[in-house]
Design a binder for this molecule. Structure first.
Ligand SMILES: [Zn+2]
Length: 239
């Protein structure tokens, strides 16, 4: 596993409130960013009790954690930084270079960095944070479960199913569709699988019923939801 972050890119420049209205909003504020470096806290996934946010975390995180299934594993640090961008797999904050991103997840360091802009968008925050947390779940999934998820998604692919449950998966699926059959797609196929897993979790658990990025047909959504129910029947999900 590499130490490179998994980046969540913006859908397109037009939808980038970060680079348009977000930037304007910011510019009316003082040049410094109050809370920079302070907006950092733990999400705890205890063995026996419920998921918990560190007392310094905003209350909305406690609400999100209540909605999530029982996750079990070491704590994950979440940090907000202003104006996130990324270039050559490096993450920057408040720099003039790189492409804007909303989130970056460092799986080995157990760290998630979110753009400060998300603090004012509770729905997107819930969706994106859930997605990022499930990156940790994906790497802890048993080979058997990962394989069965692949079988599910491969069936969709063979049926030429369109749509996804988030832009992270959709953008990777679109690249795949221009390529040869999935059997030899290797890294790109695995990345797509992982992102579709995380997007499905975000669709299921973040509490959002509708979103423009939920484009997968209803019957396939049901199959994915059934897969999650079946796979995590025991209740506790390793993170
Ligand atoms: Zn992702």
């Amino acid at each position: 596993m590499t130490t490179r972050p998994i980046l969540r890119r913006l859908r397109n420049r037009r939808s980038s409130s970060k680079s348009s209205s977000g930037a304007r909003k910011r510019s009316r504020r003082p040049a410094h960013h109050p809370g920079r470096g302070l907006a950092r806290f733990w999400l705890r996934f205890a063995k026996s009790s419920k998921n918990r946010a560190h007392p310094t975390a905003p209350r909305k995180f406690a609400r999100l954690l209540n909605r999530l299934p029982h996750l079990q594993g070491r704590a994950v640090t979440v940090r907000f930084l202003p104006a996130l961008t990324a270039g050559s797999q490096k993450l920057y904050s408040d720099k003039k270079f790189g492409q804007p991103v909303y989130a970056a997840t460092f799986v080995r360091k157990r760290r998630i960095v979110l753009d400060q802009e998300l603090e004012r968008q509770p729905r997107e925050l819930a969706r994106i944070l859930t997605h990022e947390l499930f990156h940790f779940v994906w790497v802890r999934l048993s080979n058997r479960s990962r394989h069965s998820y692949e079988t599910l998604v491969r069936t969709e692919w063979l049926r030429r199913t369109r749509g996804e449950l988030g832009w992270s998966a959709e953008s990777r699926k679109r690249v795949l569709s221009r390529k040869a059959p999935f059997a030899n797609l290797g890294k790109r196929w695995r990345e797509y699988l992982c992102e579709s897993f995380c997007d499905t979790a975000a669709w299921l658990f973040s509490g959002l019923r509708r979103h423009p990025e939920f484009t997968l047909a209803e019957r396939y959504r049901k199959k994915r939801a059934a897969w999650f129910q079946e796979t995590f029947r025991a209740g506790k999900i390793p993170i």
